[in-house]
Write a protein that binds this ligand. Structure first.
Ligand SMILES: Nc1ncnc2c1ncn2[C@@H]1O[C@H](COP(=O)(O)OP(=O)(O)OP(=O)(O)O)[C@@H](O)[C@H]1O
Ligand SMILES: [Mg+2]
Length: 243
């Protein structure tokens, strides 16, 4: 199976707000897929649907071939989810935070995996430190470790780099590349277009509508004379407003 996630004609409303309005796109296995859009675009809604935390009003969502609401357990065992307002337990140490998330996922034998992940993220020297006393970038890396402790095939990351300093952002991306090379599929949402450029494919969202979904270089090539992805996005928005 080469498709990791499928959204087909997905609609989700909150009262009068159309959080997602007929959105369709696929995420392929092994890719780094970006959900790109500004505030209120529908990024979190899309990710929550993929996790099976909410149900679509219409359309279909499939994750690793399953319905994430009906087959919630099957999906959550294979998915690592980092929510937008993810919070670590500040009064627990680095080690204890990872242990907590391992236990939530029912992973008993997590010590080797924890050591490996802490080494990889260069958090090993800080394992006895309280999470509250870590820097912002270190907290984000620890959050990533917590989502990976049950060895998921698919990572769903909701704005993991928002508010993170540029150096830590670069480090975070390096880690993501390593996980990709291990065969993990990654979907991440971001408002940053420079991050969109680094994805294999992206979905550009605005106010619940899908403006485009493709490889960033193909999106740039299709919009003649528009060199940056930011221009592509703005042009697509202008077209939508005009139509
Ligand atoms: N639980 C909810 N109740 C009411 N409205 C909601 C709810 N969740 C989302 N919305 C609305 O749906 C729209 C899409 O929200 P969503 O959180 O998916 O956007 P987003 O792209 O993640 O935005 P942000 O960049 O601010 O995180 C917004 O207009 C939002 O106000
Ligand atoms: Mg959001």
């Amino acid at each position: 199976m080469t498709t990791a996630i499928q959204l087909a004609g997905v609609q989700k409303r909150y009262g009068a707000t159309r959080a997602l309005d007929g959105v369709s796109f696929d995420v392929r296995r092994g890719e780094m897929f970006g959900l790109i859009g500004s505030d209120g675009a529908g990024k979190t809604t899309a990710i929550r649907l993929m996790c099976g935390l909410i149900r679509a009003d219409a359309g279909q969502v499939r994750v690793l071939g399953r319905d994430p609401v009906r087959e919630h357990r099957h999906v959550t065992e294979r998915v690592g989810y980092l929510s937008q307002r993810f919070s670590l337990y500040g009064d627990l140490t680095v080690d204890e935070n990872v242990a907590f998330f391992a236990e939530v996922h029912g992973v008993r034998d997590y010590h080797r995996r924890r050591n490996q992940l802490l080494e990889m993220t260069q958090l090993a020297p800080f394992r006895a430190r309280l999470a509250d006393r870590l820097s912002g970038g270190m907290k984000q890396k620890l959050a990533l470790v917590c989502t990976l402790v049950h060895q998921p095939e698919l990572l769903l990351l909701d704005e993991p780099t928002t508010g993170v300093d540029p150096v830590s952002r670069r480090e975070f991306w390096k880690l993501l590349s390593e996980f990709l090379s291990q065969g993990i599929t990654i979907v991440m949402s971001t408002p940053y277009l420079d991050e969109a450029e680094r994805c294999t494919r992206v979905a550009l969202l605005h106010e619940g509508r899908l403006l485009a979904s493709d490889d960033p270089s193909r999106l740039r090539a299709a919009a003649e004379g528009t060199p940056s992805l930011e221009d592509v996005f703005i042009n697509l928005l202008a077209k939508q407003v005009a139509s």
